[in-house]
Structures are given as C-alpha cells and as structure tokens.
Design a binder for this molecule. Sequence first.
Ligand code: CP
Ligand code: NVA
Length: 294
Amino acid sequence: MTRHFLDADNLSPGELAEVLAVAEEFKSDGSPAALAGRTLAMLFEKPSTRTRVSFETGMTQLGGHAIFLGPDDTQLGRGEPVSDTGRVLSRYVDFVMGRVFDHDCLVEMAEHATIPIVNGLSDTAHPCQSLADLLTIHEHFGGFEDVSVGWVGDGNNVLNSFAVAAAMVGLDLTIAIPEGYEPSDDVLTRAKSQGPIPTLTHDPTEAVADADVVYTDVWVSMGEEEEREAKLADFEGFQLNSELLPDSMPVMHCLPAHRGEEITNDVLESDRSLSWSQAENRLHTQKALLTFLA
Ligand code: CP
Ligand code: NVA
C-alpha cells in the first residue's frame, strides 16, 4: 500500500519516533545515498524558501534528484485535473511534495497516485514543519518527557499539525488563541486521540505561565492577505515580546516571521530563539521522511 504524508498522524507514533531518530542520525553522522536514482516532483502553488530548498537539497544529499514545478509550470495551472496529474507523475517520479491552497487537492492526488504524496503545506496542515519542530524540542530538552509547550497565536495550518504531532509524542500543549480562531473540532479530536489533551485559552499569559517553550507563527498566512487588517486587530495582545515572556523562555517560530506583528525583533534575534534550528531541522527530518516513505 502506498503511504502518504498529508498530516502528522499518517504516521503511527512508533513510525514518527523512527523518523525522528533517523533524522537525528543523519544530522550527526551524515546520510547515505539511500535515494540514488530517485526523483521528487515538487509542486508549488505558493512561495517558499525553507520547504523548497530543504527538499531539493535533501534529495541531492540522498543521491536523488528534485524537480521544481511552480504554479505556471504544469498543466494544473491550465485546469488539468489533479487526479490526472497524480496518475501521470506516478509514471515518472518516486514521490510528489505539494504546497497547495486547498488541502483536498492533496487528498485527491493521493487517491489517484501510486507513489507517496507529501504535504509541503496546505490551508489546514503543515506536517513537515511539525517533524522539524519535534526534532528541535527533542534536541533542546533532551527528550519530550515533562516538556510543556505554549502556543500563542493563530489556529492555522502550523498549529493544526503541531497539535496532533505534539500529542503523538506526549508533549503538554496550551493553546492561547483569540476567540473565533480556535483549531477545528477535527484537529482537537485527532490530537485528543493521540495523547495529552491540549488546553485552550484566550489568555496568552496562561499559555506562557507553565510553558518550557513558547511557539508562534504569522497572524496572516499566505492567501489571507484580504483579512490582514481584521486579523491584526483581533490578535492584539498575542505578540511574543519581552513583556509577555519570562527572560530565558525559549521561543519557536516556523518562519518566515513578521517582526513587529506576532513577534518582536529583539525576541526573534535573541539567543532564546530556536527558529534557526527549526529551519535547519526541516532538512534532516524530511530526508528521514523520504527515506522512510521510499
Ligand atoms: N516554514 C516554512 O514552511 O517556510 P517556507 O514557507 O519558506 O517554506
Ligand atoms: N501559516 C503560514 C506558514 C508559513 C510557513 C502560512 O500558511 O503562510
């Protein structure tokens, strides 16, 4: 059966642990040419720095090859069905990674493809980011046991996948979010079925109070530009800044950051920021993921 990675819980908790362990090994000892002769097609409907470069570099380091396909590069942009695209790409390449507006586009491709489809970010999920986040937390705290994470910000794709992935490894998670932006029932149900039940609050100080690390992401995600003014108003008080955070509290951000909105420049630039490790760990975890799915 073809395995896909459309969200974190497409892996079992044991498989997730295995992918993270292999990523750690690749990071410390380098990686073999495990994907020699293999090709990854990368479909992008939205811009990317980390996802594009880490997947492409990862394939090179594993001895394989990646093909970048932007929004105007394929017949998808002219209306060729996703189902046809999935079937045709399956005849040429060994994996597809897609960054799309509509998550269902990846679901449909996975239904028709005979090769693994990997979610490189959709409107509702960003599971490759979660892999890197978990590796970063594991490295920083030496494990997951007794680690509490506070999320302060939007109930978006990054949080959705992180909430599920965090539960899978047993992290405690408190989510502080403005009213009306809470994660969907589906996400909360899936997280609850995996491990510790996330706590929801509308008060950022509650998410920070017992946290060992605090995570945020942009308030205005790609594709939400028209909601910008409304969201900036609704998220007032949810900024990661030195008033909200205790002095040494580590912070996470998946990047790109909007300094002055969800996080201040001084917090992001301080030694407490794990963002640069999160970005690096995209490379190691995705190499481990592709090797697992191959
Ligand atoms: N974090 C992340 O996915 O970054 P890019 O948008 O640069 O890929
Ligand atoms: N939530 C952000 C994440 C970017 C990596 C977005 O979707 O734009």
